[in-house]
Design a protein around this ligand. Structure first.
Ligand code: CA
Ligand code: CA
Ligand code: CA
Ligand code: CA
Ligand code: ZN
Length: 607
């Protein structure tokens, strides 16, 4: 739908209102310059006292790559619906091995366009790893042993529009795949409108004695729900906007909606079950490109996808219809999740479907079930804890809906007391930038109304002065889990001549970290080949080989065929021991190969 076509719906008086709204009011609005100000210099090391617009993210990645060419690679994963770039930055030290031979840690952010701060966590992680390489021993070791795949901005269209357009804190979540939300034959024809041109979509309210809200007696900028039988004062009219297509409804069909995190190829459900699903799994060119990119990197074993908000580290399963995770996998999640809780006080490690809600076709579950990874969603920021006064207990509140029913208790509802504290945060820490006082407005449909409320950067996103703490803590949670991706060493702990030209070779594979070399889910469903241990040599014949049950009792379970090749996995903080009986003389090479734990080989002399 083009603007030209749209205009034929507008009566002339409406054109005058539009001129007032878009050309005159913006000039007089003091909030105008502040809200649109998102250009900052991009310097290395990166700064984390502001948010990065789409262009700034691209510039930051370019500059990181220029500053650390030996450790980084910048891959164009693909293009978005509107032609913006989805980049992955790989951090790998080629001198210590190629990327596919190291455990891969995948980190992304901003799959939901409005959930912008995941991008800052991803950028911070990159900057921190690179800047501390050769300076901090632990980071140097980590970068030498692992490979990081970081996609700071999965939904660049969403991020672009969130910064540039007038928006709420929850708009521009979708990928930009047009969809006719109200089934009137037009697509994306009635977005919310920034009526006063300040870069935000706030709320509209109208005086109405039958409305469900009244002015808060304690802070008149707020409203509270009227009790049953009490006289109302305000009716809420939703987000700022007009009826752009003249169909009698306001804001009924904005961008999309295809939710990029309800659209992956595991436990996918059509839109009538899961709102936001596309027409089929992996709808959307950007998502499809990302799935292909990930598919070519089977070394990825650890996944972090950053969203906002609520202060949660979530693991699957994502729906109750899914089988519970294997208890041994849960142990790994618990180990990492409980540590992440310590790293970021206030955040809780939770099971997504049970503690939050069900999501069909989400990315993290696809990574766990199809790609055999351990996968966390980081829900960044707890608005309550960022308020003026810290609320010790965050208890979910049951709230009546507009239609009188009872809504489910949820984490995101803010009670009036908490809203008042948030306003004090606005007043005394953000110097008034987060809440727009109510102002009268002449609305073409509703008449005399008021526009005001929280601005788009007020909610779900911490104030700029708090970014550093958030990004450092969450990058540290990633780093902890990255350290605990499998790290296997090989030890030939016994070579014994048991007869003439006959040797018993015992080899031990030790995993010093928490994550097994293959998830228990992946083993259970035979998702991909297990780790391989092989003994070979020119002058030798392998007579027998098998796993050692008890070394002292010489209890070995020998493999019937091809004894020189053994398939297995090494548990977290565990070991596996194998024994080979070999005849001949000369050199024997033991080689180990694992999808998630790299390659090792050792040569021994038999003489
Ligand atoms: Ca429509
Ligand atoms: Ca739409
Ligand atoms: Ca409309
Ligand atoms: Ca319409
Ligand atoms: Zn999200």
């Amino acid at each position: 739908m083009t603007p030209m076509k749209r205009r034929r719906f507008f009566p002339p008086v409406f054109v005058l209102v539009l001129i007032l709204v878009f050309f005159i009011l913006p000039l007089t609005s003091p909030a105008n310059t502040q809200a649109r100000e998102y250009k900052h210099p991009v310097t290395i090391p990166l700064r984390f006292d502001y948010y990065y617009s789409y262009e700034m993210v691209i510039e930051a990645l370019d500059k990181l790559h220029q500053a650390y060419p030996g450790l980084t690679q910048l891959d164009l994963v693909g293009k978005s619906e509107e032609g913006r770039s989805i980049f992955c930055m790989t951090v790998n030290n080629a001198r210590t091995g190629s990327e596919l031979d190291k455990p891969g840690i995948y980190v992304d952010g901003n799959i939901h366009g409005n959930e912008i701060q995941g991008t800052e966590v991803a950028l911070y992680l990159l900057d921190y790893l690179l800047a501390n390489y050769d300076k901090n021993k632990e980071i140097t070791d980590l970068v030498d042993k692992k490979c990081f795949y970081v996609v700071p901005m999965v939904n660049p269209d969403g991020r672009y529009h969130f910064f540039v357009d007038g928006d709420t804190s929850s708009g521009n979540r979708s990928i930009r795949q047009p969809h006719d939300d109200d089934q009137d034959g037009l697509v994306d024809e009635d977005f919310p409108d920034d009526l006063d041109g300040d870069g935000n979509i706030c709320m509209m309210r109208k005086k109405d004695p039958f409305g469900s809200f009244k002015t808060d007696p304690i802070d008149p900028r707020l409203m509270v729900r009227v009790k049953p039988g009490e006289k109302g004062e305000w009716r809420l009219l939703g987000d700022e906007g007009i009826d752009n297509d003249g169909d009698g409804r306001v804001n009924e069909d904005s961008e999309g909606y295809v939710d990029p995190n309800r659209n992956w190829g595991w436990d996918w459900m059509p839109p009538y079950v899961e709102s936001g699903a596309g027409d089929y799994p992996l709808s959307g060119i950007g998502l499809k490109a990302l799935a292909g990119y990930i598919g070519k990197r089977p070394n990825i074993c650890m996944v972090w996808a950053f969203h906002n908000f609520g202060g949660m580290y979530l693991r699957g399963p994502s729906t109750k219809t899914q089988e519970a995770y294997h208890p041994k996998d849960v142990e790994v999640y618990d180990f990492m999740g409980e540590q992440a809780e310590r790293i970021t006080p206030g955040y809780r490690y939770l099971l997504s479907f049970e503690d939050l809600y069900s999501t069909y076709g989400d990315f993290g579950e696809w990574m766990a079930m199809i790609n055999g990874c351990y996968s966390f969603v980081g829900e960044l920021s707890i608005t309550a804890d960022e308020s003026f006064k810290t609320f010790k207990e965050r208890k979910p509140t049951v709230v009546p809906t507009e239609k009188g029913g009872e809504e489910e208790p949820d984490f995101f509802h803010r009670d009036p007391e908490q809203e008042r504290e948030r306003l004090k945060f606005n007043d005394h820490l953000a110097q008034g930038e987060l809440f727009k006082p109510w102002k009268p407005f002449k609305h073409p449909t509703y008449g005399d109304i008021e526009v005001g409320g929280w601005v788009k950067f007020s909610t779900r996103i911490p104030a700029p002065f708090m970014i550093k703490d958030m990004v450092h803590r969450n990058a540290s949670a990633v780093i902890f889990s990255a350290k605990h991706t499998p790290e296997v060493s090989m030890e030939v702990f016994d070579t014994l001549e048991i007869g003439k030209n006959l040797y018993r070779i015992r080899v031990r594979m030790v995993n010093s970290q928490a994550m097994p070399t293959m998830s228990y889910h992946a083993q259970g469903v035979n998702l991909y080949p297990r780790d391989l241990l092989k003994i070979s040599g020119n002058g030798i014949t392998v007579i027998a080989g098998g796993v050692i049950r008890d070394a002292d009792k010489d209890d070995v379970s020998y493999k019937e065929f091809r004894p020189e090749i053994q398939f297995f996995f090494v548990p977290g903080f565990g070991k596996e021991e194998y024994q080979f009986i070999v005849s001949g003389k000369g050199t024997a090479t033991l080689s180990y190969k694992s999808r998630h734990a790299g390659k090792i080989s050792k040569t021994i002399q038999l003489e």
